[in-house]
Ligand binder design. Structure first.
Ligand SMILES: Nc1ncnc2c1ncn2[C@@H]1O[C@H](COP(=O)(O)OP(=O)(O)O)[C@@H](O)[C@H]1O
Ligand SMILES: [Mg+2]
Length: 196
């Protein structure tokens, strides 16, 4: 799953570029693509196909993306992370760049169906028509939701994106527990070279 990047565009090179104040450095050196409640997402400086995600919050995206990267079974409708790290409580990742979904009636209907499949407790049971609509061109989506989206509650429009073909459930978990954040930070911690 982890893609090999040339030494010029990998996460170490990005951290060097951003400096000790990672969030400030990102705003100074990178172009911001978007932001939500917990993270800011920037265009990678040299790779059109990648983004740099930065957060000083225990952003649930990192746990979700980490878990997906470790799972090689079945179709995948989540984000693809290439590298991640946590330095001094700031989370940084390189991930595949995605596109916004169009604002149209069809997308509105699809997102409604996807929400009912992911979280029937909140949105109501998915109908056979919902399942047919989604599985028709996103085969295995229901299975993906069963395996990875239990407890996902952050299902507003901007948390869904597309890679051009797939409906990507990009950011469905708001936060990580402190326990999970500490555990994940230990797995991915790497000292900032310039601060060492
Ligand atoms: N992989 C990506 N490619 C391009 N833009 C992205 C990507 N991930 C997020 N964004 C942009 O950043 C915004 C916020 O992303 P999101 O993952 O929802 O973060 P937050 O945790 O802050 O809610 C999205 O609405 C989108 O505009
Ligand atoms: Mg979000």
């Amino acid at each position: 799953m982890k893609q090999t990047l040339s030494s010029d565009d990998n996460l170490d090179a990005i951290l060097d570029l951003l400096g000790c104040d990672i969030i400030g450095g990102a705003f100074t050196h990178l172009n911001r693509l978007g932001a939500g409640g917990t993270a800011t997402v920037f265009a990678h400086p040299t790779r059109m196909d990648l983004v740099v995600r930065v957060s000083d919050y225990p952003d649930g995206w990192f746990q979700y993306a980490h878990d997906l990267a470790s799972d090689d079974g079945g179709p995948h409708y989540g984000p693809q992370v290439h590298e991640m790290t946590c330095v001094n409580d700031v989370w940084v990742a390189l991930a595949t760049r995605l596109q916004e979904l169009p604002f149209d009636i069809e997308t509105y209907a699809r997102l409604g169906a996807a929400r009912r499949i992911i979280c029937p407790d909140h949105y109501g049971e998915a109908t056979p028509g919902d399942i047919e609509m989604i599985e028709g061109d996103q085969p295995g989506f229901c299975d993906f939701a069963d395996r990875h989206l239990a407890g996902a509650r952050d299902l507003t429009d901007e948390n869904f994106m597309t890679d051009g073909v797939r409906l990507i459930v990009n950011d469905p978990f708001r936060g990580m527990s402190l326990f999970d954040a500490e555990r994940l930070a230990q797995i991915h911690s790497s000292p900032l070279k310039s601060a060492a």
